[in-house]
Design a binder for this molecule. Structure first.
Ligand SMILES: C[S@@+](CC[C@H](N)C(=O)[O-])C[C@H]1O[C@@H](n2cnc3c(N)ncnc32)[C@H](O)[C@@H]1O
Length: 222
C-alpha cells in the first residue's frame, strides 16, 4: 500500500483487510506520513467490499485470494470495483524466500528445505480441508471474466549488511517458522536458537547472508 501511495501521489488508495490488527498496523505505518490523507482503510471482507462499482484503476490483492474456496468469486469482487479498462492484479508467493547458507553450522544442514516441506504439508492439508481448487491462477482470472492476462515475475535479493528493518523482518519470519506443525522438535529448537538476538548463535548477526525471494503477479484487464 505504501508503495502505491508513494507512487501515485495524485491518487486515492483504499486498503482493506478483514483483520482489525492488520488495519491497525497499516494505520500506524501511515500515522506520521503525509500519505495518510490519500489512504482510506476498511476493516471488511474482500468478498463483500464496501466500495462502489467501477471506481478504481487498479485492484491489487497480495497473498490472500488463495484462502478462498472460490477464488473466482474473490477476483470477481475485485473486478467489480475497477473501471472498464482498469486492471486486477493478484500477487502470489512463487517460492518461499531463502536466507541461510545450506550449512549454518548448527543442526542438520538444509533446514530451509525441511521448513518448506513442513509448510507445504500444512498448506495442502489446510487447502483440501476447505475444498479443492484445481486451477492455475490464469484460469481463475479468465473465469472471473478478465482479459489480456499477464504473468509477471518479481525477483528480490539483498545481502548483508541488512538494514534494521530488514533484520527485524527476516528474524520474525524465520522465528515464526518454529510454529509449523509438521516440523520436527529438533528443527524448531534450532530455529529458536538461531533467531535469539544477542546470542553467539544468532544467524541474523552473520555478515555472509543473502536473501532471495520471488513473487508472481497475475494481471488481467476488466
Ligand atoms: C497471508 S496474509 C497477507 C497479508 C498482506 N496482504 C501481504 O501480502 O503481506 C492474508 C491476509 O488476508 C486477510 N484476509 C483473510 N480473509 C479475508 C477476507 N475474507 N477479507 C479480507 N481480508 C482477508 C488476513 O487477515 C491476512 O491479513
Amino acid at each position: 500500500m505504501q508503495l502505491f501511495a508513494e507512487r501515485f501521489r495524485e491518487g486515492r488508495v483504499a486498503a482493506l483487510d478483514i483483520s482489525a490488527k492488520a488495519i491497525e498496523a497499516l494505520k500506524a505505518r501511515f500515522a506520521e506520513s503525509d500519505l495518510k490523507n490519500m489512504v482510506t482503510t476498511y476493516e471488511a471482507d474482500v468478498l463483500k467490499m464496501p466500495l462502489e462499482d467501477a471506481t478504481f484503476d487498479l485492484a491489487w490483492s497480495s497473498h490472500t485470494m488463495h484462502i478462498f474456496v472460490d477464488p473466482v468469486a474473490g477476483v470477481c469482487e475485485l473486478a467489480r470495483v475497477v473501471m472498464p479498462g482498469g486492471r486486477v492484479a493478484i500477487r502470489k508467493v512463487a517460492y518461499s524466500g531463502r536466507l541461510l547458507p545450506l550449512d549454518i553450522g548448527i543442526g542438520e544442514p538444509g533446514i530451509e528445505s525441511r521448513i518448506q516441506a513442513a509448510f507445504t504439508k500444512w498448506f495442502v492439508a489446510d487447502r483440501f480441508k476447505r475444498g479443492r481448487v484445481p486451477f492455475g491462477w490464469p484460469r481463475v482470472l479468465m473465469n472471473a471474466g478478465l482479459r489480456e492476462i499477464e504473468v509477471i515475475l518479481f525477483f528480490f535479493q539483498v545481502s548483508t549488511p541488512f538494514s534494521a528493518m530488514q533484520t527485524e523482518y527476516l528474524r520474525k519470519s524465520l522465528r515464526g517458522k518454529a510454529d509449523l506443525e509438521h516440523l520436527d522438535a529438533s528443527e524448531k529448537a534450532t530455529l529458536l536458537r538461531i533467531t535469539e538476538p544477542g546470542t553467539p548463535d544468532d544467524a541474523l548477526a552473520r555478515d555472509d547472508l543473502h536473501f532471495t525471494d520471488i513473487a508472481t503477479v497475475f494481471v488481467g484487464r476488466v
